[in-house]
Ligand binder design. Structure first.
Ligand SMILES: Cc1cc2nc3c(=O)[nH]c(=O)nc-3n(C[C@H](O)[C@H](O)[C@H](O)COP(=O)(O)O)c2cc1C
Ligand code: SF4
Length: 373
C-alpha cells in the first residue's frame, strides 16, 4: 500500500452531503456506446461498471440529451422522457455496485445538435450550418427541459447530476460573446449572457431539492473572439453563490479543438490545470480538473499545490480502468497510458463511429466489440 505517497489523492471529500472516498473522478467521455436511439445498451452497462470497478470515487456518465432537438448524435444517451428511466436505473446501479458514486451529465447541444434545424442563442454558423435563433419562449422551454431531465436523473437513482456547460454546447453558447449576439435580456452585457445558465440552475434546483448539482464549466474557448477566463470566472462565482455542488473546469470547443495551437497545447500533461486554478481563486466550492493527468504523481501534485480539489480522468481511466487501484497499491509503473500524440477516440466519435482504444489488449477490444450492436 502506498497511500501515504498519495495522501491528497486518497483523502475523502464530502460534497453537499455526498461522501467521495478519494479525489479521483471519471470525467465524462462520450464513446458512442449507447444503443441507436439513445437507450442504455449492454455495452454501456459493461463499460461503466468497469470504469467504476477500478476505485474512482465518482463516475460522471457522458452527456445525455434533455430533448431530441438537443442531442449530439444518434447514439447520445437520452434523458428527455420517463421511458428512459428504467435503462438509466440499471446504469446507476452498475456504477454504484462498485462502490463508486454515479452521476449523469445532462446536455442540450444547441448549434452542434444532430438535427435538421439546430437552434442557438444567435444564428452564428458552425461547420457550414447556421442555427436558428431561439425565441424567448423556447429558452424558457429548454430551461424546463433541463429541470425535468435532472428529476429523471434523480429518480433513476444517480447520486448527482451535472449540467453540461462545456465543449461549446448550448449553456456555454449563451455565455460566449462569440456565439451570443442577442440584443434582448439574454445577450450583450456579461450579466445578460449569464442569465440563461443561472436560470437553468435555479429551475433544476427547484426540481431536485438538495440533490447535488455540478457544472461542467467552459473556462476559456481558446478562440480569438471567444469566452475568456476573465469573464467565465464571473459565472463560476455566480454558480457557487447559487448552490452549485462543484465546478468541473475545462477549455476549448469543437471550433477550437482542432486548431494547431490547441492540438499542441492539449498534448501537454495537465493542460487544463491552470483553468481550474483560475476558477478556484473565485469560489469555495470544490473544483475538478481534467486533461491528460496521466500519472498519480501529477494528480497528487495538482491537489497538494491547491490548484484543484479533485482530478477528472476521462481517457486515462478508459485506457486503464485500474489506474486508481494501481496508484493505491504502488503499482503505478504498470498503468497503461493514453498516448499524448493520439486523438483517435475524438476523431472516431466525431465521425459517428464507436471508439475502441488501440492501447487495449486484444481480449479487451474483442469483449467491447462483441457487445457493440
Ligand atoms: C471522445 C471524447 C468524448 C468526450 N465526451 C465528453 C462529454 O460527453 N462531456 C464532457 O463534458 N466532456 C467530454 N469530453 C472531454 C473529457 O471529459 C475531458 O475533459 C478531456 O478528454 C480531457 O481529459 P482526459 O485527458 O482525461 O481525457 C470528451 C472527450 C473525448 C476525447
Ligand atoms: S490512446 Fe488514443 S484512442 Fe486511446 S484514449 Fe488515448 S487518445 Fe483515445
Amino acid at each position: 500500500m502506498k497511500n501515504s505517497t498519495y495522501a491528497h489523492l486518497f483523502k475523502p471529500l464530502t460534497i453537499k452531503g455526498l461522501r467521495l472516498k478519494n479525489r479521483i473522478t471519471m470525467a465524462p467521455l462520450y464513446l458512442g456506446y449507447a444503443a441507436a436511439g439513445g437507450k442504455v445498451s449492454p455495452l454501456l452497462l459493461y463499460h461503466y461498471q468497469r470504469m467504476a470497478a477500478g476505485g474512482a470515487a465518482m463516475v460522471m456518465v457522458e452527456n445525455a440529451s434533455i430533448t431530441p432537438a438537443g442531442s449530439g448524435s444518434p447514439r447520445t444517451l437520452r434523458c428527455d422522457h420517463n421511458r428512459y428511466i428504467a435503462g438509466l436505473e440499471k446504469l446507476a446501479a452498475a456504477i454504484k455496485s462498485q462502490k463508486s458514486r454515479a452521476g449523469l451529465q445532462i446536455n442540450h447541444a444547441g448549434r452542434f445538435a444532430f438535427t435538421a434545424e439546430p437552434v442557438a442563442p444567435s444564428a452564428v454558423t458552425a461547420f457550414k450550418r447556421t442555427p436558428r435563433e431561439l425565441t424567448r419562449k423556447e429558452i424558457t422551454t429548454i430551461a424546463r427541459q433541463f429541470a425535468s431531465a435532472a428529476l429523471r436523473v434523480q429518480k433513476a437513482g444517480f447520486d448527482l447530476v451535472e449540467l453540461h456547460g462545456g465543449t461549446g454546447y448550448l449553456l456555454s453558447q449563451f455565455v460566449s460573446p462569440h456565439t451570443n449576439q442577442r440584443s434582448d435580456g439574454y445577450g450583450g452585457s456579461l450579466a445578460n449572457r449569464l442569465r440563461f445558465p443561472l436560470e437553468v440552475l435555479k429551475r433544476v434546483k427547484d426540481a431536485v431539492g438538495d440533490f447535488p448539482v455540478g457544472y461542467r464549466f467552459l473556462t476559456d474557448e481558446w478562440l480569438p473572439d471567444g469566452l475568456k477566463v476573465k469573464e467565465s470566472v464571473v459565472l463560476a462565482a455566480a454558480l457557487a453563490e447559487n448552490g452549485i455542488a462543484y465546478i468541473s473546469a475545462m477549455g476549448g470547443t469543437y471550433e477550437s479543438f482542432f486548431l494547431p495551437e490547441v492540438l499542441r497545447r492539449s498534448q501537454r500533461p495537465g493542460y487544463m490545470v491552470s483553468l481550474a486554478a483560475a476558477v478556484k481563486k473565485q469560489v469555495t466550492v470544490p473544483v475538478i480538473t481534467a486533461g491528460r493527468i496521466s500519472t498519480p504523481a501529477r494528480a497528487e501534485s495538482i491537489l497538494k499545490t491547491g490548484k484543484a480539489d479533485l482530478v477528472g480522468l476521462a481517457r486515462p481511466l478508459w485506457v486503464d480502468p485500474l489506474w486508481p487501484v494501481k496508484a493505491r497499491r504502488g503499482q503505478e509503473r504498470s498503468i497503461v497510458h493514453c498516448s499524448p500524440k493520439c486523438n483517435a477516440c475524438m476523431e472516431l466519435v466525431m465521425r459517428g463511429k464507436p471508439a475502441f482504444c488501440p492501447r487495449w489488449s486484444r481480449e479487451h477490444r474483442t469483449a467491447y466489440r462483441e457487445l457493440f450492436r
